[in-house]
Design a protein around this ligand. Structure first.
Ligand code: SF4
Length: 430
C-alpha cells in the first residue's frame, strides 16, 4: 500500500484542494441514465419502470438487458410515435391508457416509475404532473413517481441518483425521539447487502436500513436521527435530498477492497460508539480473507499502468483500490463529475502522480491514452473495441456497476476483474 492513510473521518481539505484537476468540456462518450433501470429493476422487486421514450430508448434497453440480465424484466417503454412528436395526439391520454393496461395486467406492481427520456423532454411532456395524476388514481395500491433518464448531458449512473432522489420525499418520517439509525444508500446486490447487515449486526449496530429497499412497502424511514453511509459515489442529488430531510452523512471512502471496506465500516462504528477493540475483533477474519484474496492477483497487476476514462463515476475509488491494494499505477483517472464533498477521502488517498480529469474531450483524451500506452484501460463500451484493435487491453466500466464488487467477500473478485483482461491478452499472444 502507498500514499496517505485511508481515513474514515474527514481529511484536511489540503489533500484534494492541492491536487490539480484537468477540466475538459468537449465531446463525450457515455450511456444515458436509462441504463440504471437494468440494475434497479432487479433490486426493487415490486417496482416497474415505464420509460416514456422512443424506439431508440427501447432498443437501448433491450440490447443492454439482453446482454446483462436473465430474469423476467420489470420495465418497458411507452413509445412516443411520430404523431405524438408532431403534436397530433394527446400524449397524456395515451400515457394514462398505457398505465391502465399495464396495472390491470400486472397487479403485482406496487411502485411505478415514469422515466423521462430525450423524446419526452423534447415534446415537453410533464411527467411529474402525470405521476401526480396517476398516483391519485391508483393510490393506495400503487405509488407513482417520476424521474428523468434523459441522455442529454448525463452519464449512465445518474439514472440511479435521479431514481433514488425521486424516492426520498415519499420516505416515511422517523419519529423525533427515535434512536440513531444507519441508512446505507445506493443499490447493492442482495448478497452484499446481507453481508453488510451481518457485519453491522456483529458490531452492535442493529437498526440498519438500505435505500432502495427490496420492496416498495419497506422503504426506510428518515429523519434527524438518521446517519447515512453512501455505498456508491454517484449519489449527490440523493444525498442532498436526504440531508434536506435531516439525515447526516458519515464521511468515508467507498467499500471497495479490504482497506476501503474497513474504513467505510469504521466510519459507522466510530459514530455509533463501537469500541475499537470490538471493531477490530469483529472484522479481523473477513479483513484477512479479503487481503489474501486480493493478494492472489497482486503479482499480475503490480506495476501495471492504468488509464480510466470518465464513465461510471466509480473511477476514483477504483483507482485508489487498484493503486493501494494491488500496486497498480494510475496514469489518468477520469470522472464525469467531481463531487469533492463525497470524494474527499478518496482523492486524498490517490497516488500523487495520478492525473485526475473531470469531464471529457474524447479525442484529446484518446490521444493522451494512445501516447501513454497503458497496460489496462477502463472505459465505456463505445471506446473499448477500437482500443482493443489498437492493441490496448480494456475493461468495460459498466461491468463494475452490474457486478457485486463492494465489501470484503467481493474484494478478490474485484481484483480479478482487472487481472482477467491481462490474462486474456497473454493467452492471445501465445
Ligand atoms: S440518449 Fe435519449 S433517446 Fe437515446 S436512449 Fe437515452 S433517453 Fe433515449
Amino acid at each position: 500500500m502507498s500514499g496517505a492513510p485511508l481515513r474514515a473521518a474527514p481529511t484536511p481539505a489540503a489533500g484534494c484542494a492541492e491536487r490539480p484537476v484537468l477540466r475538459e468540456r468537449g465531446q463525450r462518450e457515455v450511456f444515458c441514465g436509462l441504463t440504471g433501470i437494468i440494475w434497479l429493476h432487479r433490486k426493487i422487486q415490486d417496482a416497474f419502470f415505464l420509460i416514456v421514450g422512443s424506439r431508440t430508448c427501447a432498443h437501448l434497453m433491450q440490447s443492454a438487458a439482453g446482454v446483462m440480465i436473465f430474469a423476467e424484466p420489470r420495465f418497458g417503454t411507452a413509445v412516443i410515435e411520430e404523431r405524438d412528436l408532431a403534436g397530433l395526439a394527446d400524449a397524456n391520454e395515451e400515457l394514462d391508457r398505457v398505465v391502465e393496461q399495464l396495472l390491470a395486467r400486472r397487479p403485482d406492481i406496487r411502485l411505478l416509475f415514469l422515466v423521462g427520456s430525450c423524446p419526452s423532454e423534447v415534446i415537453k411532456l410533464d411527467l411529474s404532473k402525470a405521476a401526480q395524476r396517476l398516483a391519485t388514481r391508483h393510490s393506495p395500491d400503487v405509488r407513482v413517481l417520476n424521474y428523468s433518464g434523459s441522455g442529454i448531458e448525463t452519464t449512465f449512473t445518474e439514472g440511479e441518483d435521479a431514481c433514488l432522489a425521486a424516492l426520498v420525499p415519499s420516505l416515511p418520517a422517523e419519529p423525533a425521539a427515535a434512536d440513531p439509525s444507519l441508512l446505507v444508500v445506493g443499490a447493492l446486490a442482495d448478497v452484499v447487502e446481507d453481508q453488510f447487515r451481518r457485519l453491522f449486526d456483529n458490531l452492535g449496530i442493529a437498526d440498519v436500513r438500505f435505500l432502495p429497499a427490496r420492496r416498495a412497502g419497506e422503504m426506510p424511514a428518515v429523519g434527524p436521527n438518521t446517519r447515512l453511509l453512501l455505498a456508491q459515489p454517484f449519489l449527490g442529488r440523493t444525498l442532498a435530498a436526504l440531508e434536506a430531510r435531516g439525515a447526516r452523512r458519515l464521511a468515508a471512502p467507498f467499500p471497495l477492497g479490504a482497506e476501503g471496506t474497513t474504513s467505510w465500516l469504521k466510519a459507522a462504528a466510530e459514530d455509533f460508539g463501537v469500541e475499537p477493540g470490538h471493531f477490530s475483533a469483529m472484522t479481523r477474519h473477513a479483513r484477512e480473507r479479503a487481503r489474501l484474496a486480493v493478494a492472489r492477483h497482486r503479482e499480475r497487476l503490480e506495476g501495471k499502468r492504468l488509464f480510466l476514462f470518465p464513465d461510471s463515476q466509480l473511477e476514483i475509488p477504483l483507482a485508489r483500490f487498484l493503486a493501494r491494494e494491488l500496486g497498480m499505477i494510475p496514469l489518468e483517472v477520469g470522472t464525469p463529475y467531481l463531487h469533492r464533498a463525497i470524494l474527499d477521502e478518496e482523492l486524498a488517498a490517490l497516488p500523487d502522480g495520478a492525473l485526475v480529469s473531470e469531464g471529457q474531450d474524447v479525442e484529446r483524451q484518446l490521444d493522451r491514452c494512445r501516447a501513454a500506452r497503458p497496460d489496462i484501460t477502463v472505459c465505456g463500451l463505445g471506446l473499448a473495441n477500437p482500443l482493443e484493435v489498437e492493441g490496448l487491453a480494456t475493461k468495460w466500466s459498466i461491468e463494475l456497476v452490474f457486478t457485486p464488487i463492494q465489501g470484503y467477500e467481493q474484494a478478490g473478485d474485484l481484483a480479478e476483474l482487472f487481472a482477467r483482461p491481462l490474462v486474456r491478452r497473454t493467452r492471445l499472444e501465445v
